[in-house]
Design a protein around this ligand. Sequence first.
Ligand SMILES: NC(=O)C1=CN([C@@H]2O[C@H](COP(=O)(O)OP(=O)(O)OC[C@H]3O[C@@H](n4cnc5c(N)ncnc54)[C@H](OP(=O)(O)O)[C@@H]3O)[C@@H](O)[C@H]2O)[C@@H](O)CC1
Ligand SMILES: Nc1ncnc2c1ncn2[C@@H]1O[C@H](COP(=O)(O)OP(=O)(O)O)[C@@H](O)[C@H]1O
Ligand SMILES: [K+]
Length: 503
Amino acid sequence: MKIFSAAQLKKADELTIKIQGITSTQLMERAASLVTNEIDKRLQNADIAIKIFCGIGNNGGDGLVIARQLIEKGYRVKVFVVNYSDNRSQDFLINYDRLKETTNDWPEYIKDEGDFPEIDPNDFVIDAIFGIGLNRPLEGWIGELVTYINQSKAFILAIDMPSGLFSDRVPAEKDCLISANFTLSFQTPKLVFFLPQTMDYVGDLQVLDIGLDRDFLSSEKTNYELINKHEARTLYKPRKSNSHKGNYGHALVIGGSYGKIGSVLLSTKAALRTGAGLVSTFIPKCGYNILQTALPEAMVITDKNEEKLTNIDHRMDPSVICFGMGAGKDPKTVEAFKELLQKTEKPMLIDADGLNMISENQELLEFLPKKSLLTPHPKELQRLIGDWNDDFEKIEKVQEFTQSHDLVLVLKGSHTFVFGEGHVYINNSGNPGMATAGSGDVLSGIIAGLISQQYSSLAAAILGVYLHGISGDIVAENRSYQALISGDIVENMGAAFQALFAD
Ligand SMILES: NC(=O)C1=CN([C@@H]2O[C@H](COP(=O)(O)OP(=O)(O)OC[C@H]3O[C@@H](n4cnc5c(N)ncnc54)[C@H](OP(=O)(O)O)[C@@H]3O)[C@@H](O)[C@H]2O)[C@@H](O)CC1
Ligand SMILES: Nc1ncnc2c1ncn2[C@@H]1O[C@H](COP(=O)(O)OP(=O)(O)O)[C@@H](O)[C@H]1O
Ligand SMILES: [K+]
């Protein structure tokens, strides 16, 4: 699903109104009905006090329509107009009159702190104060109102966006913004819903299709895309029945050091479970018995050194090399890595200590084969490209870095971001149970397994990250977040592939 800016969404609204021959009031009615239905589906006519805080722009207009529709369905609704200016939007005014025709319980105006209403923790609060039109931080009593609503402990549903959250920048630390339990957003999600600095304000997210013009949505260009099942499925390559293991490539996993052979084992197993035809592992000697015993399906070659990598003499022609997990940063290993980079032409996947070695020896960057994949977590990224001021600057810096070196970069996190060919793909699968030792090693193996089956680096990264998350979701459902360990993610890759095609 594409992610658009506020300006693009406004353009989509205007175009839709023109092409569909409707008024903006009708579009607002359509959008609000979808919200009302979602609320009604969940509340099931429960006798809960619903308090709707409406701004005076179109987000507030949405709130007024939702209020009217809920009242018509018999809900107990109280509307508060957050009167931050006299500049009411046309659709706010129209819907204000319509609401007054529906109920005798007219909206109350909030003009300063003295007007803040009581909010009970059992109330259901709807935040329709600001949406994508917010253009400066909330000041004075408006900011205090937002803090007051947050502190009420009532359930908060945000319409389109939590008020105070900008669509194109990170708020300052002192800024006030709604911390929603749930956000119902119109047509496409906003980028800030997925950034580490802003995602916590959104709560659970649902995107409502309000029927904006299809042609515009499909032709309008954007650098950001959210990856759900639909997008992942389109990347999947079915296996031919008339095929053999040679058609699915040979992945070579290189890494490990004394005490860290498990990481290579996890990556190797993940590459096999993802469908690589052959998988070999190159490790220090101490890992030989461990690997051969734990994973008879893999072939094992060892370094001359007992405890670390010193001379990577693999004499193979693998489809892809996955390097770095558990490798350590011994100077001899750095030297061996440099030689490996110099003699490898196909794209490589570099993870963990491989990334740290590059960070500390930036001259290695120039030997990276084109389209190679780097899979840092935020700390590894920072070592690689330096600090950033906020998440927007981070995205800019990573874009510049990946484009100047012709790389694909997988920035791991609760929403993993894949950067490639100037675009940013934001993963929407996975869960906090995956914050556990070795789950990154598993991801590297999955992506290497896909590249070995002739997926491009970018497609392998996007699909691999999605499948990794889905596998983790399947484990969490059966086992809880806490009990999830990374080996479970490998074991459930089969279920993850099947889930791609389940409804
Ligand atoms: N047909 C459509 O377009 C549809 C739109 N839809 C809905 O419209 C929403 C966007 O509505 P919107 O553009 O009216 O902006 P909104 O978020 O209500 O607020 C803007 C107002 O706030 C003001 N302002 C800004 N910052 C401020 C601050 N810090 N402190 C104080 N004031 C501040 C700013 O005024 P200014 O003072 O800058 O002139 C302006 O008056 C969108 O999120 C969705 O919910 C849906 O119904 C679908 C159909
Ligand atoms: N809260 C979370 N939600 C979803 N995925 C997560 C979460 N926390 C971690 N992950 C995923 O788990 C993996 C952790 O990788 P990494 O930090 O490299 O771990 P390790 O070094 O232990 O292998 C990444 O793929 C990341 O996206
Ligand atoms: K809002």
